[in-house]
Each structure stands twice: as C-alpha cells, then as structure tokens.
Ligand binder design. Sequence first.
Ligand SMILES: Cc1ncc(COP(=O)(O)O)c(C=O)c1O
Length: 372
Amino acid sequence: MEYEEPKFFHVMQYAAAAAGDVIDMVSGNPDWEPPAALREALREYADRPPADFQYPPSEGLRELREVIAERRGVDPGRVVVTNGTGEANYLAMARALDRDAGDEALLMDPVYPYYPGKTHLLDGTPTLVPTTRDGGLDVDAIREAASEDTALIVLNTPNNPTGAVYDLDAVREVADVAAAVDALVVVDEVYGRFDLSGSFESALTLDDDRVIVTSGFSKSMAITGFRVGYGIFPESHVDDAKTRHMLVNVAGARPSQYAVYHALAETPPEYYAESRELLADRVAAFTDALDAAGAEYSRPEGAFYVLARFDSFPGTMANVKRLVDEAGVAGMPGEAFGTARSDWIRFALVTPRAAEAAERLADYFAEEPAPR
Ligand SMILES: Cc1ncc(COP(=O)(O)O)c(C=O)c1O
C-alpha cells in the first residue's frame, strides 16, 4: 500500500529540529487539563481486581456505551466504542465502500487529510467537492458530484480545518442526495463540544438510517492519547461495524474506557464551557494580531483552528518551513488539506502561546518578507 507520511509529522519534525524557539501550532493536541474525574478514575483503576485487567466487551464497556447512548438519545445497541474517532471513521467508511454500492467517496475540500488516506486504503476513489467561501456546505456542488458510483459522503462539523459549523438543513439535504444515489453519510462530530457559534446541531437529530455519526473524547476531554471514540450506526450497519472492530482490534483499552466513563458521568458542563471560553479568548487574541499582520483569515465558528492567508506568501511546505525558521511559528501548509486552501496556513490554537505566536507573525509580516 502506498501512503505518503502525513505532512504534519514532517512539519513537527522540522520544527523540533529548528535552532530557535518555535511555537508549535501544528498538532491538534489540547494543552489544558483533562477532567478531574478522569484522573481520579485512573488512580483508582490501578487497585482494581485482576478481572478488570482483562478483555472488555469488544464493542466497549457496557456502562460507557449506555451513558453515550443516553447523552446522544439513541439505543445503546447502536453504539460501538472505538480506538478514537479515527477508528470510528474507518469502520463507517469501510461499511459504506464495502456494500457494492460504488467506489467513490465525496469529501469536502478543504479536507481533513485522513479521509482521502482512508478512502485509498479501502480501495475507494476520493472526489473533492468544493465548499463555500466560509467553508460551509455547497449542497448544489455535492448534488452535481454525486452519481451511481458514489457510495459515501463524509462531512465534518465543526470543521477541521475551516472552523465552519454546518447548517443542519444542509446536512439533511446531503442525506437526501445520498439516498438518491444509495450512498451513506458519515458525519464526524469530534469537535462537537467546541461550538463557538452556539448553532451546532448533531446529525443524529435527523434520525436518518443513512447517517453514521462518529465522535470521541480526544478533544472534548483533552485526552488524544487515550484513544476512546465511538460510532453511532443505524441498525442495519451496526453489526458490520462491530465485526470489523473485533476482527481488527479484539477490543479497545479497558482502563481508558473506564476513566472516560467516569469522566463522562461525573464531569459538570462547566468543564466543557471553560475550554470553550479559553479557545474563544485565544481566537480573539490570535485574530486581533492577524489583523495587525494584515492577514486574511477565517474566524472559526467551532473546532480550534484558524486558517490565515498572508499576502504573497502562499501556504506551501517551503513557506511553512520559512515561518518556522524566520518567525518562530509552526503551522500546517494549506496544501495538506486538499486544493481549496492551498494559499492558506492553518494554525492550531491549542497552545497557551497563541497570542505570542500571532504577535511574532505580525512583526514578521510587518517587515515584509520577500515574496515567494
Ligand atoms: C476531523 C477529525 N476527525 C478525527 C480526528 C481524530 O480523532 P481521534 O483522536 O478521536 O481519533 C481528528 C484529529 O485531529 C480530526 O481533526
């Protein structure tokens, strides 16, 4: 199998090897505290009996599946706990592409790079569909692109990298397009807790048997290393997902699921509100400094990334490396996210130094680097 190493590894390695102090705005690893209940449950886990050190049920700890189901208003039988949202996306995409319903996956451009990667892995053909200027869904473009060969449409809201929060009516229309060509729709809601606009509505509310919703706790609980996510599958697809998950993994990690269960059950809404507020403050500080740098940018409605464009400084890998060396700020080249924003650079606001980074960018561009 051919697969190019993700560009973010490349930028992170380059930034780590750089001579000067570099502010890392590449990765999506939250820098804040996980919920207190999660730390407590982990401590307690070390003293549990040997039985708790053995395989959990393959589809996930029953109590975790139940609390997820209750929160999301679905039957627990539809919930498969996975190794992160990443695995849930894989299971959902595999199901869609493995039904003899076509080989094509429609992916929104700009695109989270793992979607085309997984499509290729599954022997599918990715087609990038443009989004609107602000990253919203262009339903007409999706309708135009959809054909008998389309087996899958992947959406991500709130969106990485644009920060767009999709309008639920538009998602409903996409599900109608999917029905017309016998495709499934996967909606990745991993940033659902980071809705800065107050307008995010889960695709689960559509109650549509073509819609698979995926999510996880990597971002919402600041635990990307725990690998706990889930998929909520319609009845007719859930057994396929459970089987695939079992054959690949046997099961997920029990201590992680145990800790997430306790954190989910015991963490007050204020925890999530605080991380949202922290991000909103960082967005404000970062975009103020981008204004000072004369950059064009998208103000995110959700998730935790800002796309910015600097005059005569396209978001190529070479220019991203130049920013590392000359400004001390590491972002992700827009060309890593498909074709639509190749002039842009994505900055992840998961560092306490976001405002300082923006000031560095403002200073750097005030000195007008030679156009590239
Ligand atoms: C859109 C999107 N989906 C999925 C993931 C992976 O999430 P997880 O850590 O839950 O596998 C990420 C991580 O950055 C993401 O941005």
